[in-house]
Design a protein around this ligand. Sequence first.
Ligand SMILES: [Fe+2]
Length: 483
Amino acid sequence: MSSSLVRPDAPFGESHGPMLTGNFAPISEELVLDDLAVEGEIPGDLNGVYLRNGPNQHFEPQGIYHAFDGDGMLHAAQFDRGKLTYRNKWVRTDAWIAEERAGKCLYSGIMSTHKGRPDLPLKDSANTDVIGHAGHAVACWYLAGVPYHVDPITLETIGRGDYIFGPGKGFSAHPKVDEVTGELMFFDYYHSRPHMSYGVVDASGKATHQVLIELPGSRLPHDMAITENYSILHDLPLYNDPDAYLAGRHKIRFDASLPARFGVIPRYGASETIRWFEFSPCFLYHVVNAWEEGDEVVMVACRYMPAMTPGNAIDEHRTARQIATLVMDARLWRYRMNVKTGETKEECLDPDLNVEFPGYDAARTGRKSQFGYLVDHDPKILRWTGIRKYNTDTGENVGAWSDDHDSCWYSEPWFAPADDQRSEDHGYVVTFVWNDSTREQQLQVFDALDLGQGPIARVRLPQRVPPGFHACFMKPNQIASWG
Ligand SMILES: [Fe+2]
């Protein structure tokens, strides 16, 4: 394998902005590698597949390229009784196939158009999130598009989930799977009224519930949560600037006069059964987990801290600009909503550390969990310098940096349970790490019970994994094609 594969470059030149050069430069090869040198040891009781999604532009883009534009590519690490296989492959979205046939880029990026404009179509790239459901991986897009089913082992695209509906006909990133029942809960959002839809897909992959959710206006939510009995939908004070939207330009607005609202709806509730709870204005990208405690719905999330003026008011303009460019300043935050009394409470779990992109034991999605695995944020876009295990009851945390953290770019870590999992954190944390100084790409495995000791296994990959978005871990019994 040529070492040139790990050297950052600029395959499309420098004219499309900074997000296609250096570490962000897309890679061009789809590989299957199973003879990789391991430093340390791949644990024998670590079995399943770690999957990570992210943008990887296929053809030279039209105009300015935004980090959210690239074609979705999955990187997979399959662990099978001490053996590791790495694979990477683009999701064969309808847009990817059309461009492959044409031999060129056919779509505009978010800096020059918006979703739904027929004259300048925006690509549904499936580049944001990946989650396991009904035996397959589901790759999906943050602006709500088609859920693409992918074989978690081969990374072959199987087809489109047929459970999209309503005015938006979309499926957002960050659906949630209840691993106890096998149901998947999802939302869609769109510019036209009523602005949001919510649905449930059963364990076999069939849509079983779909309702419209009325929001006060067009919004840009990013995530949702579930508990054993409820789903939690987000109405946050972030939306497309109306004038810019009409002109087809990309500009988002943060409105500090509006509260952040979370809507709690029974899993199979009708539209009018949703109950909204108001909190201090904020945006949030990602929920860690949610659950019920008596009459309270508890949600732990990474609250995006609004930028402030010198007079200590929310600086709406700067807040919007930071959100648009993924310059994150997030704190771990706990929200409590009493479904009987309507009472609310919000509290910061750790005022000091800027952490995001949470993973946890997915078997506990919607059930009480105590541990989250998050990344330390660098103000630089999509650069995460280390991983951190949080006790989300107390806010205590343990950090792990495998090398010089000024040089490292981590992927979203996910928890992988040990085969005979005996406690919530009995298992491993898996992530990709690119090191700027050594120009090395590694896959790293940490012991979740002792994250601070650093990686117990490092696997050197001959191909760079460009910075990306979300990941998941699928266990063998969740994978239809597992040998
Ligand atoms: Fe996200």
